[in-house]
Design a protein around this ligand. Structure first.
Ligand code: NCD
Ligand code: ZN
Ligand code: ZN
Length: 434
C-alpha cells in the first residue's frame, strides 16, 4: 500500500482515556461509529469509553452488550469502563471477567445521574478493587458542596452561565481529590483523577504522590486554554463539569504537566445536541462538548508556539496513558508492523477549527473558529490505515478491538489497611450482601 508521508511527522497514535460515546442509550448525541471516526480524524488510535450510558455499565450484562456494540462499530481500539458504585461493589469480579480497562467512580453527579457512593462505600469499594490491580478513575467533585451552592444561587435568582462556575468552586474538586487520595493510601487502590481543572487540586495531588500513593491525573485542553472570560462569548456551550475556571489556573496546570504532577492529556469528549446545549435551563445536565478530534491540533499548536516540545506532547498523549493502564509498550510507542498505531501529522499546517467539520455527531463546541497549527493527515491502527489523506477508509468500521486483554497491572501492596478492617473483610467479603 502506498501513501504520501512527505513532510509529515510520525507520532504514536494518541490514547484518549476519557471519552463519552453515548452508545447505547443516547445515540442521538453520538454512537461508537461516529465517536471513533471523530477519534481517527484527530490522530487518536485508542479511546477509553465512560460507563454513563443507558443502561449504566455496572454489571456483566450491560458491559457485554456494550462490547458487542463497540466491536461491531469501532474504527479505532477502545477500552470500556464500568461504574464502581454502592450497587456494583459486589460485581467487581464479574465486571473484570467480562473485560474492562478500569473502573469509574462518580463522587459528584453529572450526566446520567449516577448515584455517588458515600465515603464509607468508597472505602469499601477501594478495598475490593485494590487487590485486583485495576485503576479507579474518579470524577472528583463533592456533591454535598455543589448541591448547597446550587440552592443558594437558585434562591438568589442567578440564571447566567457563570452561575455554573459559581456552583462548583475549586474547593468542590480539592475536597474530593484529597479524600480520594486518603482512601487510596489507606487501601493501596490505584486511582486516577479525571479532568483536573484548577491549580488548587495540584496540592493534594502532589502531596499524595510524595507519600507514594499510586495516583495519576489528567487535564483537558479546555482547562489549559479557556478561562472564565469565555463564558460571555459561549454561554451554555462552554458549561462542562468541572467548569472552565479563571484563566489564572492555566499557568499552574501547564507547569504541572511539565513537572509530571499531571500525567496526561485526555479530552472528556462529551457530545450533546445544539438544542441540549442552548437550553435556557442553566442547571441542565447536558454539560461538556466534543473534544476527541480537536485535542491533537490544539496541543500541537502550543508545540508550534514553543510552549513545550513534541516529545513532551507524546509523553502526555500516548506514552503515559499506555503506561498507567498497563498497555505499554504494546500501545503508546512508534513501531512498524501489526501493532503500529500511528498519527502522521503536518506540523506546519495552519488551519481553523470548525464545529461543522467535526466527525462527531455533536457539532457544538467552544473551539469553533479557533486558529490552530498541526493537522493529523493519516491515522493507522494496528498497521492499517483508518484515515488516509483526511478520508475515512471504507472498510474499517468494526476493525477496532478492545484492549483490555493486553493490560498488565501488577497487584499493589496495601499500605495502611487496618488489621481490624482486614479481619472483617476476610470474615465477610465486602460487597457481598449480608
Ligand atoms: C460528562 C457527560 O456529559 O457525560 N459531562 C461533563 O460535563 N464532563 C460527564 C462527566 O465527565 O462528568
Ligand atoms: Zn466527569
Ligand atoms: Zn467525562
Amino acid at each position: 500500500e502506498t501513501f504520501d508521508a512527505q513532510g509529515l511527522h510520525i507520532l504514536p497514535g494518541a490514547i484518549d482515556v476519557h471519552v463519552h460515546f453515548r452508545d447505547p442509550g443516547y445515540t442521538h448525541k453520538e454512537d461508537f461509529e461516529s465517536g471513533t471516526a471523530s477519534a481517527a480524524f484527530g490522530g487518536v488510535t485508542t479511546v477509553f469509553d465512560m460507563p454513563n450510558t443507558l443502561p449504566t455499565v455496572a454489571d456483566a450484562a450491560s458491559l457485554s452488550a456494550k462490547h458487542a456494540i463497540a466491536s461491531a462499530k469501532a474504527h479505532v481500539d477502545y477500552g470500556l469502563y464500568a461504574v464502581l458504585g454502592e450497587d456494583s461493589i459486589g460485581k467487581v469480579p464479574e465486571l473484570i471477567e467480562a473485560g474492562i480497562i478500569g473502573f469509574k467512580l462518580y463522587m459528584g453527579n453529572t450526566f446520567g445521574r449516577i448515584p455517588s457512593p458515600s465515603t464509607g462505600a468508597m472505602l469499601e469499594a477501594f478495598e475490593v478493587v485494590a487487590p485486583t490491580g485495576k485503576r479507579v478513575s474518579l470524577h472528583a467533585e463533592t456533591n454535598s458542596i455543589m448541591e448547597r451552592r446550587q440552592a443558594q444561587l437558585t434562591a438568589a435568582g442567578r440564571t447566567d452561565a457563570l452561575a455554573h462556575l459559581a456552583s462548583r468552586p475549586a474547593v468542590v474538586a480539592v475536597e474530593a481529590v484529597a479524600r480520594a487520595a486518603i482512601l487510596a493510601e489507606w487501601t493501596g487502590a490505584r486511582i486516577h483523577i479525571l479532568h483536573i481543572s484548577s491549580a488548587a487540586e495540584l496540592g493534594p495531588l502532589r502531596d499524595a504522590k510524595a507519600r507514594g500513593v499510586d495516583i495519576t491525573g489528567e487535564t483537558c485542553p479546555h482547562y489549559l486554554m479557556l478561562g472564565a472570560e469565555d463564558y460571555a462569548r459561549w454561554g451554555g456551550i462552554i458549561r462542562v463539569n468541572p467548569p472552565v475556571r479563571e484563566a489564572a489556573n492555566q499557568g499552574p496546570l501547564w507547569a504541572a504537566l511539565a513537572d509530571g504532577t499531571i500525567d496526561m492529556i485526555a479530552t472528556d469528549h462529551a457530545p450533546h445536541t445544539p438544542e441540549e446545549k442552548t437550553r435556557a435551563d442553566i442547571w441542565s445536565v447536558d454539560c461538556g462538548f466534543p473534544g476527541v478530534e480537536t485535542q491533537m491540533p490544539l496541543m500541537l499548536t502550543e508545540v508550534a508556539n514553543g510552549r513545550y516540545c513534541l516529545t513532551d506532547y507524546v509523553r502526555w498523549s500516548a506514552v503515559n496513558p499506555a503506561k498507567v493502564w498497563g498497555l505499554y509498550p504494546r500501545k503508546g510507542v512508534i513501531q512498524v508492523g501489526a501493532d503500529a498505531d500511528l498519527a502522521f501529522v503536518d506540523l506546519e499546517r495552519a488551519w481553523t477549527l470548525r464545529d461543522g467539520e467535526l466527525h462527531s455527531r455533536s457539532k457544538v463546541s467552544p473551539w469553533d473558529g479557533r486558529a490552530v497549527k498541526g493537522l493529523p493527515v493519516h491515522t493507522m491502527v494496528r498497521g492499517r490505515f483508518v484515515v488516509k489523506d483526511r478520508a475515512l477508509m471504507a472498510d474499517t468500521k468494526g476493525f477496532g478491538r478492545s484492549v483490555h486483554a493486553l493490560q498488565q497491572m501488577p497487584v499493589p501492596q496495601p499500605r495502611h489497611l487496618d488489621e481490624t478492617i482486614a479481619a472483617a473483610v476476610a470474615a465477610s467479603p465486602p460487597g457481598v450482601a449480608a
